[in-house]
Ligand binder design. Sequence first.
Ligand code: PMP
Ligand code: GLN
Length: 385
Amino acid sequence: MKSGNSVLTACGTTIFEVMSRLADQHKAINLGQGFPDGNGPPDVVAAAASYLADGWNQYPPMPGLAALRQAVAAHNARFYGLDVDWATETLVTSGATEALAACLFGLLEPGDEVVLFQPLYDSYAPIIRRAGAIARFVNLKAPDWSFSADDLALVFNDRTKLVLINNPQNPAGKVWTQDELSLLSAFIMRHDTMALCDEVYEHLVFDGRRHIPLMSLPGMRDRTLRIGSAGKTFSLTGWKVGYVTGPATLLAPVIKAHQFLTFTTPPNLQHAVALGLNKDDTYFAGLAADMARRRDFLAAGLRAAGLVVLPCAGTYFLTVDLAASGIAMDDRTFCLHLTEKVGVAAIPISAFFEVDAPTHLVRFCFCKRDEVLAEAVRRLAAGIV
Ligand code: PMP
Ligand code: GLN
């Protein structure tokens, strides 16, 4: 018999699924896959339940409910001063994962080149290849995960169609600076390309830093699509509600892709997320402050266990440097060992690289309840090797 698509048959099961199942099997504390273990804001969850009971159970409009699209536009204005027309410049998707696929399928032609920054989220490169496009990687190196104009000059050329960035960046915990965004925008404009910004961690930025969407830089408004996720902003990762904002001309083919990928997203969840996005500023500030507190608690526990922890400016994730900690195991071996023998699961950072992967870095997720983090720290303190 003939075989399935070669790009997808070549992919393994994602590392997140693999490590979560391994954690279940060994009753390990799962600091691997990035999901909070609380139940999200009670008013948002209650709204979803009541809309469900009130009959919001049939297909909503294909690009999303007006209430949520208006809330997405208002959120862009409130936090970033972006003036967005909800009716032509927003789209609701079934999570950021679908948003990414819809954007890439909607924008790319076979043979187009896409500039990406490693470490990267694991869905990017397979979808780009499935769209027939070619990925060009810039390698960010720990501990500062920075890049230079020379790095960009090596990957940009006449065939560059799109640049895909993740800011704040999983797993690096990197929050892109104004200078980095300006440098990148200069290349984007010089090569007349467009940007796709995965900004699912936009409200998880710590220590007084500010999230700056690339879209808000001079000249970038009409060449950028930016993606948000209710999963991250409301600590409800199972909901899979995402939203895309961007100029109508770029969004139009993305909406066509969305109509054939999922067509719609559950209407009760859309109403509840609209309520969430309209919450006052104290909710968003509280989310970041609470997560920074958890970061500090886990970082202290990892350090106490003898691990060298890299700086983390945002996201759900801390990175540990095994080599600097005097541990000779590679990242995958260490993660298996830690899950099976210590009872704490983590993610090898090599899984976020398509080429030239470092093998001395491991990611720990800190968006967990205090008692869960405390038990993880206790297990790590009992000995890691
Ligand atoms: N992008 C990044 C960088 C992520 O970490 C995640 C994962 N949670 C997603 C996209 C997917 O988000 P969603 O659950 O909304 O599909
Ligand atoms: N984004 C989450 C992480 O990085 C996982 C999402 C998934 O499992 N696909 O851990």
